[in-house]
Design a protein. Structure first.
Lengths: 346, 365
């Protein structure tokens, strides 16, 4: 009754929200937003944002991530980042962001100032140990350390005595994230053993190096986060040993699939417009290259903003590797690549 | 080579290299402006939405809680301004997709719904698809005369056409209803060219939207004012009337001034993009005025630029107009622009002139 369109505009949450936002930009009835409280340099090109979310945020579990959306030259763009803190009594959350080349969101995040307000979506994902007794192995490379930090802090807060090995890879000592905080955590986590790996000095962290540092790796429940190549290597290692069931990994959705030269092009029609998209290229990128402006959100298969209806044709889901049926179904433009000619409707 | 049609108005046609050059220059202009679109445009549309909301709250509050004629008039004007800016500067432009690049779901063309009895999806079809595509092509652009006015010689004259000044006055007063039923194509149903089931299907969104609008302005808000209800009801009626007259005048000035050209479906077969540009320019006319005047028209005072580049944010038209005008001058294309009263006078003259039978017919009788 209260949501009836007949009561509009009196019951339009959007409209009330804009009024509230005019008083305090972090107030919203509809959006999960957060104010930047503090910014801390963690390493060269890596920055932590301490944020105070509004009530729409609704909390998070250690290891989860959220969509951070910023207005970049007037256009809303988003990217997922892991929380790098455990849930805290004072409600503050921390995300840690590495500045990426060609990464407009990470660059804009680095240009934020304390006091500014950002859109921080509700927490998503389930990156956490599946058991509470088995010895753990945490494998982190580069900024893949961020969810591990959240998990370790939460274990320390819970007084855990679990056997945990943390293998953390970075190219130089300065780039080993959270080193001082980990020193402190080590005192509160009696079962934690740290194995920092400096790839600048001792080469890439490969399967051999992991075995050398953690001989009983195959017996441990493993959590994995890092660049695509690193994750593929560890996944192959587990597959070979037949212990894939022990492994949980966090990759924030789609892994970039390069468009092969000579890939097939397929004709796509989307609400009256016609364009060609190569196999391996996402439909979203193809549509944008053709000058269209479909709605999008995270661009990595998480938020479903770009979801649209496929009327005919088959697509490959780049996230799951599944090939669709030929008929009508909902697909996400950002992670779908054509396998045949397509007909789409918004 | 430039050829001119004989007759009262001269229609410019371009051919060959000249046409290609004309097309390329307008394409280049579009691209150069598209590159600049960003933060200022986003700020503009958000500010306009704020102005609409503030003005609507002020207007409705004055009507509900005020007393005496002065607060009533102020309330009416404030609510009318809110409706006008919402319909023209925000709704019309957002629904063209001018702000889709912002990736803001509340300002996206696919879902925006405006404060008028016309259903958003109907508008997206009749306006964006039919009118902007087939501008001033008689028989294809159903906005040309709105199916009730005869505004060119290509349209058939009948005795009822003599009454068209009266029809026009009625349309202007009830303009939002004219716009609302436009895409239902009632005429086709009455002539038996549309099955009843399809007609019912087309009526449904209209009835839903119209019901909500009527309820809001004539039941909900008056009821909230308790004993002040007549004041609110009449105020809402007056605000809707002002909006209707204003939007009607501006929209008619866009395409029905004396100098605008019309086209036959045969003329536009195999039309190139350059020829489409030419038709948009010669089928539209601009209004001149100050900053607030342009704002209240939703920049439809730059009708020519809007028809050339309907998906560019409207505040950009003011910056493009001198360049479009200069390009037109070099290619000998008439750029139709004038003050409001001159152009609207032309519209009224056109309505009167074509209400009379064509000269050939007069001579025959």
């Amino acid at each position: 009754m209260l949501r009836s369109p007949l009561l509009a505009p009196l019951n339009q949450a959007d409209a009330w929200s804009r009024l509230a936002g005019a008083v305090n930009p972090v107030w919203s009835l509809v959006e999960s937003r957060a104010r930047v409280v503090r910014m801390v340099d963690e390493a060269p090109g890596v920055l932590s944002l301490w944020l105070r979310p509004n009530r729409r945020f609704g909390g998070f579990q250690p290891g989860q991530h959220a969509l951070l959306e910023l207005d970049i030259n007037g256009a809303r763009q988003g990217r997922c980042f892991s929380f790098s803190s455990a849930p805290r009594a004072d409600g503050l959350v921390r995300i840690t962001i590495k500045r990426k080349q060609n990464g407009p969101v990470s660059a804009a995040a680095h240009a934020l100032r304390p006091g500014q307000v950002v859109r921080l979506g509700r927490a998503q994902g389930a990156f956490a140990p599946r058991t509470d007794h088995q010895p753990l192995l945490l494998l982190a490379a580069g900024s893949g350390m961020t969810p591990m930090m959240s998990l370790l802090e939460a274990m320390a807060d819970a007084g855990s005595r679990r056997d945990v090995v943390l293998v953390q890879s970075a190219s130089t000592p300065a780039e080993l994230l959270f080193a001082p905080a980990l020193d402190e955590l080590a005192a509160r986590l009696p079962g934690l053993r740290r194995e920092p790996h400096l790839s600048g000095a001792s080469g890439r962290l490969d399967a051999e190096a992991i075995v050398a540092r953690v001989p009983d790796w195959a017996l441990r429940e493993t959590l994995l986060c890092g660049p695509d190549g690193f994750m593929a290597m560890v996944e192959a290692m587990h597959a070979q040993a037949g212990v894939t069931g022990q492994l949980t990994s966090e990759s924030f959705g789609r892994r970039a699939a390069p468009v092969l030269p000579g890939a097939d092009f397929h004709a796509v029609s989307l609400s009256g417009a016609h364009f060609d998209v190569a196999s391996g290229q996402s439909l979203l990128e193809g549509a944008e290259a053709a000058g269209l402006q479909p709605r999008f959100g995270c661009r990595r298969g998480i938020c479903r903003s770009c979801q649209c209806r496929k009327l005919a044709g088959t697509v490959l889901n780049q996230l799951t590797g599944q090939v669709s049926g030929p008929g009508e179904e909902l697909i996400q433009l950002c992670i779908s690549t054509p396998q045949s000619a397509l007909e789409l409707a918004p | 080579m430039t050829l001119k049609d004989p007759g009262m108005n001269t229609k410019t046609r371009l051919y060959g290299d000249q046409l290609a050059g004309f097309e390329a220059e307008l394409d280049a202009l579009r691209l150069s402006v598209l590159k600049q679109v960003g933060e200022p445009d986003a700020r503009h549309i958000r500010r306009m939405r704020g102005v609409v909301q503030g003005s609507a709250i002020a207007g409705r509050s004055l009507l509900m809680f005020g007393w005496g004629p002065i607060s009533w008039i102020a309330g009416v004007l404030s609510l009318a301004a809110a409706k006008i800016i919402e319909n023209m500067e925000v709704g019309h432009n957002v629904m063209h997709g001018q702000y889709d690049w912002m990736n803001d779901p509340s300002l996206h063309s696919a879902t925006y719904e405006w404060d008028i009895v016309c259903d958003g999806d109907h508008w997206r079809h009749s306006h964006n698809v039919e009118h902007h595509n087939h501008t001033n092509v008689i028989g294809k652009d159903h906005d040309f005369g709105y199916g009730m006015l005869r505004l060119s010689d290509e349209q058939r004259w009948s005795k009822a056409t003599l009454l068209q000044p009266l029809w026009y006055a009625l349309l202007a007063i009830n303009f939002q209803w004219g716009v609302a039923v436009h895409d239902i194509k009632i005429g086709r149903f009455l002539k038996g060219r549309m099955p009843r089931a399809e007609f019912r299907e087309r009526m449904r969104p209209f009835l839903r939207k119209a019901g909500r609008q009527l309820f809001k302005d004539y039941v909900l808000f008056p009821a909230l004012a308790f004993w002040q209800w007549p004041r609110v009801l009449l105020g809402n009626l007056a605000a809707n009337l002002i909006r209707n007259l204003w939007t009607n005048a501006i929209i008619f000035c866009g395409h029905f001034t004396e100098q605008v050209q019309t086209y036959t479906p045969r003329e536009v077969v195999d039309e190139t993009r350059g020829q489409w540009y030419l038709r948009q320019i010669q089928g539209s006319s601009n209004l001149e005025g100050g900053r607030w005047f342009h704002l209240l028209t939703g920049e439809l005072s730059y009708q020519i630029e809007h028809h050339l580049f309907p998906d560019l944010p409207a505040p950009r038209y003011v910056q493009m107009a001198p360049q479009v005008r200069e390009i037109c001058a070099r290619y000998g294309v008439h750029y139709n622009s004038g003050g409001f009263w001159k152009q609207y006078g032309g519209v009224l003259a056109r309505i009167l002139r074509y209400s009379l039978p064509p000269r050939a017919k007069l001579a025959a009788t």
